[in-house]
Design a protein around this ligand. Structure first.
Ligand code: C2E
Ligand code: MG
Ligand code: MG
Ligand code: MG
Length: 284
């Protein structure tokens, strides 16, 4: 009996290992296909709203693995595999190009693209962004690049000069998931950035947790003192929204306002699509 259990466990373990390897290989294969333009990987777009009157300020591009049959692999894990396999540079370039190409066809004030730390450590990254912008015709002022604060903690001259070059060209730099994992804020003094996004782990607790409220209030005040914009991500309830607005947060993103959308769904929202007379007539 014990032997049978042991063998069973072994098989489960082996199965898991195979599954993991299989998934990694599939991700790699999907990536290669996506980079060849087969549509297996897509971008969803989650709008960011102004607190006043649900005006759309811009949208964040979020990578999606199109083939649901393979099982849902969260974007985070998927990115981690791309980083591990040395494919993040190519994937990142694809996402950036795709998002810029889309943004140019819309009236969105800006598009935000998530950037891996691996990309920011590449001295050629600013030049890559410049070439994608000129290829797609997107105004640099309409591009925001989101990165996590960890990368700014690295005392790395390449990263600093890449960020400086990008900002000089008009591209905005956004600190994503702000407030998580790191205790040092000194990089905020060393490194100029344009926007902070308060991590949803704090937003989620706003309704019930007094210390989360204190932290969020402090983060918003910090952004105001540094004269940088601030967005709250992961807003799911009216209570959270009311608290954030009361604390002076002007930009909100989250399921309460809108989940990530297909491009066509985003274009159907007011103020996103170019006003083409014949199209409005059909829709009306
Ligand atoms: P992120 O940039 O912080 O994106 C926010 C994540 O929260 C997204 O998950 C989004 O779908 C989800 N979300 C939005 N609103 C809500 C809400 O109200 N409640 C909850 N519970 N979740 C919400 P997603 O799409 O799975 O992406 C996860 C992470 O993967 C992103 O976190 C980002 O760091 C990374 N990522 C996504 N796309 C890319 C990409 O093109 N390149 C890179 N390097 N990373 C990406
Ligand atoms: Mg983001
Ligand atoms: Mg975020
Ligand atoms: Mg996050």
């Amino acid at each position: 009996e014990a032997k049978k259990n042991g063998r069973g466990r072994y098989q489960v373990f082996a199965g898991d290992m195979d599954d993991l390897l299989l998934r990694k290989r599939k991700v790699e294969a999907e990536l290669r296909k996506a980079l060849d333009g087969d549509g297996g990987i897509k971008l969803a777009y989650q709008p960011v709203f102004a607190v006043d009157g649900h005006r759309i300020l811009g949208a964040e591009a979020l990578i999606r693995w199109g083939h649901e049959v393979h099982g849902a692999l969260p974007a985070g894990q998927f990115i981690a595999i791309a980083e591990e396999r040395g494919l993040i540079g190519e994937l990142g370039k694809w996402a950036l190009t795709e998002a810029c190409r889309f943004a140019v066809t819309t009236e969105l004030p800006w598009i935000a693209v998530n950037i891996s730390p691996v990309q920011l450590r590449d001295a050629g990254f600013a030049a890559l962004v410049a070439s994608v912008l000129s290829e797609t015709g997107l105004d640099p002022g309409r591009l925001q690049l989101e990165t996590t604060e960890g990368v700014l903690l690295e005392h790395n001259d390449t990263i600093s000069s890449v960020i400086a070059t990008l900002r000089e060209s008009g591209v905005r730099i956004v600190l994503d998931d702000f407030g998580t994992g790191y205790s040092s804020l000194s990089y905020l003094r060393r490194q100029s950035i344009d926007k902070l996004k308060i991590d949803r782990s704090f937003v989620r607790l706003l309704d019930e947790d007094e210390s989360a409220r204190a932290i969020v209030k402090t983060l918003i005040e910090l952004a105001q003192a540094l004269r940088v914009e601030v967005t709250a991500e992961g807003v799911e309830t009216d209570g959270q929204k009311a608290l954030l607005v009361g604390m002076g947060c002007r930009q909100l993103q989250g399921y309460l306002l809108s989940p990530p959308l297909e491009p066509s769904q985003l274009l159907a929202l007011p103020g996103v699509s170019h006003a083409k007379p014949e199209r409005s007539a059909v829709r009306a």
